[in-house]
Design a protein around this ligand. Structure first.
Ligand SMILES: Nc1nc(=O)c2c([nH]1)NC[C@@H]1CN(c3ccc(C(=O)N[C@@H](CCC(=O)O)C(=O)O)cc3)C=[N+]21
Length: 282
């Protein structure tokens, strides 16, 4: 089975669109997402455009703020402060990566946790760790929704996450643990990575290396979620998984593009609506 994140995300966006319409009638205001982009990173510009498109699809307001790469850390912190105080803004997202002269941790900590739709603020990270209600990072949340969509129960299953980043590997591991899976976090220093991956009922690839995961890493009948966004030798978009090589060995797999990527954007919209409800006292 090929899991179409694209189709599932369209279905969810259509539901969100209806909810937004109701909110507009009920509160006489729309949820609003502010996206800040510093510098000219090509990929970031594509993602930010997709985020704006997503907002307009579901009928939310969005505010795109762009600065050139010389924008200072102090200016950025001031801008975030103003957006924190702006009652019409529900979500604030600062596109990563930031230029080298800006301290990412400092920036993420400056965002009001109730507007932190990325779920990257230490307060939200701590809540996720503790299993308390919080804004959950979009990519991991999207993966859990996809598993739900195919009615996959993680209880007792072996999950292997390859990659230990703060934005994907670590949070998705916690979410799988919450769903009663047995979770292994593997990474570049893991011994016998292939053998570790072969144990997985659910293999989550978030390494950032084009087509690294081939059929030798995959157990027959496994579910494979591919978080990678890379360019192959022909400059074509591809995942961390060699899709063609593994597709007939798996029970289900997400393609790149059209898999996890669209779900990430949709979960961002979902988080923005959640933040909106919170700000309305619900
Ligand atoms: N503060 C912050 N929050 C993020 O959520 C964040 C970020 N910074 N920096 C970069 C990564 C990456 N990311 C993606 C979002 C959508 C697609 C997406 O829509 N992908 C399409 C293809 C897009 C294309 O054509 O390149 C797909 O997979 O079908 C991909 C990647 C969000 N990120």
């Amino acid at each position: 089975m090929i899991i179409s994140g694209k189709e599932i995300s369209t279905k969810i966006k259509d539901q969100l669109k209806e909810e937004v319409e109701q909110m507009k009638n009920k509160y006489d205001r729309l949820p609003k997402l502010a996206v800040i982009l510093v510098g000219e990173n090509q990929a970031s510009q594509v993602y930010v455009r997709n985020k704006e498109r997503g907002c307009s699809y579901v009928g939310m307001d969005s505010l795109k703020i762009t600065h050139d790469a010389t924008f200072s850390e102090e200016e950025l912190l001031n801008e975030i402060k103003q957006l924190n105080e702006d009652d019409t803004v529900d979500g604030i997202l600062v596109q990563l990566p930031l230029p080298d002269h800006i301290n990412e941790d400092k920036v993420l900590e400056a965002i009001d946790p109730s507007k932190d739709v990325d779920g990257f603020h230490p307060e939200n990270v701590a809540k996720l760790f503790l299993g308390q209600k919080s804004l959950v990072p979009c990519t991991p949340k999207g993966m859990m929704v996809l598993l739900d969509e195919i009615n996959y129960d993680l209880t007792g299953k072996e999950v292997v996450v390859v990659g230990r980043s703060n934005i994907v590997g670590k949070p998705v591991s916690l979410l799988c643990l919450q769903k009663n899976a047995t979770v292994t976090i593997a990474h570049s220093k893991t011994k016998d990575l292939k053998e570790v991956c072969q144990r997985a009922d659910v293999l989550i690839a978030a390494v950032g290396r084009a087509k690294m995961i081939n059929r030798d890493y995959v157990k027959e009948g496994a579910v494979v979620l591919d978080v990678g966004i890379n360019r192959d030798e022909n400059n074509k978009l591809c995942g961390d998984v060699d899709f063609e090589d593994v597709k007939d060995k798996v029970y289900a797999i997400t393609p790149v593009p059209g898999g996890i990527g669209p779900m990430t954007i949709t979960m961002l919209l979902h988080n923005t609506l959640e933040a909106f409800y919170h700000h309305q006292g619900e």
